[in-house]
Design a protein. Structure first.
Length: 534
């Protein structure tokens, strides 16, 4: 077989087959299979890895094997260098991007332990975990309802609607309590809730506005502000039948009107006397009311007082003389509304009409000066004037807002009427909002175990939503005890800034920043006199 040192020729079938050295620079995968190339007509060149003819001597075969291994290692080194270059480029990119390494920074300040930190798993209820790790922000109440502001813990928007939350089961009743010291924004929040609810088809009733702050708001939304007080021609007849509503049963309507009038007269008499009526006094009062309704097309308080002083007929169980004696003190108590310091307000037919279809109706009592007892007496008569509309379950969803309610909590008779309204809120489709300054106002409501104190505490218990604005440090503990707040929630109360409030909705708590537009702030402003503005 002729050949040279680096080239071999083999004769196959009469043709020269040229066998060259292996293509050592190819990858192993390529060198494992023979490569056949067309060399010349009738000839083929066959090359394969480490192909050496058997005629070669041992030294030649070793030389060829060394060359093949050298080429293979050179390829591996080239691959390794390429991979190192790629990893170096990736590390440079990560370093430039500023990613934190998975194991933390290196160096003496890395604060890493020798062994990896491992914590055994622990299972507990969400209530327990919330106490162990309170820094959790939940998803909120959803996006339905009124926009209130921003959740201070999660940064998301906060929406609230008692009717929506009641339908979803988040609330057990729609009644709300709003408490906060002067100047922290609770009145602004109450007005924002009222006005924004109108866009959802709700109407707003304010049975008594002692400071006259709701009059401008009511007129701005197309409602009515009824002003009462000395020197004004406005007069309300608390014995008006009021709007009939959607019921079509005449007997039921008459019975409802009679019951409402009796409740009103009893509440006013008890408020004026400062005690509960005796049984014989109630008999004399109801007999006078029945005679008044029978003899007058438009019954008024002067008619009732006249029938108490001079009853026309005896009733079952009492003669005329007994009615006069039994009703004497009641007659003098009611005479205060007819010829006393409240004359001109409720001593004749109404000079204005209550329109329950308006978006907002407010009774402005800012012109009435006197004690809280006098304000409560007036609000008792005025609120009864609205009760016909409130008692209509077909009138839609309505807010009833008792601003400066701390004045009312001291009157047991009015508290009883409010409690009845609180209990029937779901059936009537209304949501009551009670606005007070602090929970310690309850200390002035009767004795520790009196009926009045229990009624006031019952109103708080019937409020599923409690909104607490900033409280003094000494009031935080009392507020927490009265409302059942946790220690973490109680610590938040003194730190709340203006416009921030703790919203306690059943067992859920939120810190909410109330947000208003410039137009709302201008309309709700209560500091005009402090700034010297008109």
């Amino acid at each position: 077989m002729p050949g040279t040192r680096d080239h071999f020729v083999v004769r196959v079938d009469g043709s020269d087959v040229h066998i060259g050295e292996p293509e050592l620079q190819r990858p192993r995968s390529c060198r494992e299979e023979p490569v056949i190339r067309e060399h010349a007509p009738g000839a083929r060149t066959v090359a394969a890895a480490l192909f050496t003819p058997s005629e070669l001597d041992r030294s030649s075969r070793r030389r060829i094997a060394r060359r093949a291994r050298a080429a293979e290692q050179a390829g591996k080194r080239a691959d390794l260098e390429a991979r190192r270059a790629m990893l170096a480029a990736e590390r440079a990119d990560r370093k430039q991007a500023g990613y934190l390494p998975a194991g933390g920074e290196t160096g003496p300040d890395a604060l890493r332990s020798y062994r990896r930190f491992r914590v055994p798993p622990h299972r507990a209820t969400s209530e327990v975990l919330a106490g162990a790790y309170p820094f959790l922000a939940e998803a909120g109440l959803g996006a339905e309802g009124l926009f209130i502001g921003q959740d201070a813990w999660s940064g998301s928007s906060f929406c609230f609607d008692p009717w929506v939350l009641y339908r979803s089961g988040a609330l057990t009743n729609p009644n709300c309590l709003l408490a906060g010291v002067v100047g922290k924004g609770k009145s602004t929040l109450a007005k924002a809730i009222a006005t924004r609810s109108i866009a959802f088809g709700r109407r707003v009733y304010v049975p008594g506005d002692p400071k006259g702050e709701w009059s401008a708001v009511a007129r701005a939304v197309g409602g009515q502000a009824i002003e009462l007080g000395g020197g004004l021609a406005t007069r309300l007849n608390p014995l008006d039948e009021g709007p009939r509503g959607t019921t079509g049963d005449d007997a039921a309507w008459r019975a409802a009107v009679t019951a409402r009038r009796r409740d009103l007269l009893r509440a006013v008499a008890e408020s004026a006397l400062g005690r509960a009526l005796h049984a014989v006094e109630s008999t004399a009062l109801f007999a006078a009311l029945d005679a008044t309704v029978r003899d007058n097309s438009v019954p008024t308080l002067p008619h009732v007082v006249g029938a108490l002083f001079e009853p026309g007929n005896a009733v079952h169980g009492s003669t005329v003389d007994e009615l006069v004696a039994d009703g004497r003190q009641v007659a003098h108590a009611l005479n205060r509304l007819v010829r006393g310091d409240l004359s001109g307000l409720f001593d004749g037919p109404s000079t204005t009409r209550f329109d329950p279809s308006l978006p907002m109706v407010s009774l402005d009592l800012s012109r009435i000066q006197g004690s809280d007892h006098l304000i409560a007496l007036v609000m008792t008569c005025a609120s009864a004037w609205m009760e016909a509309a409130l008692a209509d379950p077909g009138a839609g969803q309505r807010w009833v807002i008792y601003d400066e309610a701390w004045r009312l909590l001291r009157q047991a008779s009015l508290l009883a009427r409010m409690q009845s309204q609180w209990k029937l809120s779901r059936a009537l489709g209304i949501a009551n909002l009670m606005v007070i300054h602090r929970l310690s106002d309850l200390d002035a409501v009767g004795d520790a175990n009196s009926q009045a104190r229990n009624l006031a505490l019952g109103l708080l218990a019937d409020c599923s939503t409690k909104i607490i604005y900033a409280q003094e440090s000494g009031e935080a503990d009392k507020t927490a005890a009265a409302l059942g707040l946790s220690s973490t929630e109680a610590k938040e109360l003194p730190t709340l800034v203006q416009g921030e409030g703790l919203w306690r909705i059943r067992d859920r708590a939120f810190i909410v920043r109330h947000l208003c537009t410039e137009g709302e702030l201008a309309l709700f402003d209560t500091n005009a006199r402090m700034y010297g503005e008109a």
